[in-house]
Design a binder for this molecule. Structure first.
Ligand code: ZN
Length: 412
């Protein structure tokens, strides 16, 4: 079946990226000292991720998952040492994790993560990818927080129905360990995408009849499929993923392009390469191994085709409004197999705003004024999209052609 083929092609594509990227880190000529090079933690609303970086691939002895008050991880590698800046104890003290401690002796290294009450965990290793080393990753989850999060999303869906507003989910690309592309002057894609997404949300939230929310509002990693699932749970009407391009990935480097999902492959090889790199976010950020979904039926096909048609229209209207600015050239709308655009529940697009390693465009991307203007242009694009699909947003009650209710929002 088509979607099976797509899934297989995607897996093959990702495997190719891993192999290519895995070969990248140079080992040098001399023996590489075996060390733990960093211990970090990232706090998300429902979970905390603890990451241990290693100079080489190591063997880890640890449970895959469980619950309780702590996890102990052993790395039985003689001669392993802590790198500079690896503390004996890392105080996390958020609502999920209390602390992380490290201990080294002749037999190897031992790490203990102490949890807050009510936590459970998944532990896994991540092979070297892009500029990331071999890692042990522990995702610690507070079950109560997950329940609260599901309730929060259900409440958003209920409020949306009650207030008769349209809901736009904005997805700031990358986050946490997954920095995205690196630009001139050390600018990281994950920070630019969050700033632009926040400005876009602020712009949309000024419009009566619209509500905008983010898939992440701080610096932490969210797996690709979880990004659109958050939006699905909240019953979003649109999904806009925000990214920055980089000419390390593309031949020449300037301009804006807007992508929607392709089921048959990318518009050209360069677009396929870009999708492969963006899809590698899960490999860079690290997700536990899991099975692919096999949701295929007739209803699914109908919904998917409708979502695709509308995604194309959304891509066109967003690009029109950004390109009108003229400071950033239009590269057109494109199609490729982006994993984050796979929902059939709403139209979704991925905006490659500009090139983070183009000297002129990176200046724009890091300029708060430009970020705000880009947010306004995308807001105008979203309004134009709704208008083109016959949805009236934000008409004042006295000019409304249909009863608007007290909120002033008119949504057909
Ligand atoms: Zn990106």
């Amino acid at each position: 079946m088509r979607s099976e083929r797509t899934a297989r092609a995607l897996r093959t594509g990702l495997a190719a990226v891993v192999l290519a990227l895995g070969a990248a880190p140079a080992r040098g000529d001399g023996p590489v000292p075996l060390s733990v090079t960093a211990v970090r933690s990232w706090s998300a609303p429902t979970n905390t991720r603890v990451v241990f970086d290693f100079s080489q691939v190591v063997t880890a002895v640890m449970p895959d998952s469980g619950s309780g008050s702590r996890i102990v991880i052993s790395v039985p590698e003689a001669g392993i040492v802590p790198g500079a800046g690896v503390p004996p104890t890392l105080a996390v003290r958020d609502s999920v994790v209390d602390s992380v401690s490290t201990a080294f002796d002749a037999r190897g290294a031992r790490f203990t993560i102490v949890f807050m009450p009510g936590a459970s965990f998944h532990a896994f290793t991540v092979q070297p990818a892009q500029d990331k080393p071999f890692r042990i990753v522990v995702d610690v989850v507070r079950t109560a927080a997950q329940v609260e999060e599901a309730r929060r999303l259900a409440d958003i869906a209920a409020a949306k129905r009650r207030d008769r507003v349209r809901l736009v989910y904005i997805d700031p690309g990358h986050g946490g360990d997954d920095t995205g592309a690196r630009g001139i002057g050390g600018v990281q894609e994950k920070n630019v995408t969050l700033a632009v997404a926040q400005d876009l949300a602020a712009g949309l939230n000024k419009v009566p009849g619209l509500r905008a929310l983010l898939t992440r509002d701080a610096d932490y990693f969210v797996p690709l499929r979880q990004r659109y699932r958050i939006a699905e749970q909240a019953h979003a009407d649109l999904f806009v993923s925000v990214h920055c391009n980089s000419s390390h990935r593309r031949g020449s480097g300037n301009g804006t392009e807007v992508f929607f999902l392709s089921l048959k492959g990318a518009s050209d090889q360069a677009d396929k390469d870009l999708a492969d790199v963006e899809n590698a976010a899960d490999l860079v950020g690290g997700v536990p191994p899991q099975a692919e979904d096999d949701v295929v039926n007739v209803l699914y096909d109908v919904k998917r085709n409708s979502a695709l048609e509308r995604s194309q229209l959304l891509a066109e209207t967003l690009l029109d409004h950004v390109a009108a600015d003229r400071r950033v050239e239009s590269r057109g709308i494109k199609q490729a197999g982006f994993a984050v655009l796979k929902s059939v529940e709403f139209p979704s697009v991925l905006v490659e705003t500009a090139f983070i390693n183009n000297p002129r465009e990176v200046k724009l991307l890091r300029d708060p004024e430009f970020q705000r203007e880009l947010g306004q242009q995308l807001t105008s694009g979203v309004l134009a999209y709704f208008s083109a699909t016959g949805v009236r947003i934000g008409a004042a009650p006295d000019t409304a052609r249909t009863p608007a209710g007290a909120s002033g929002a008119v949504v057909h």
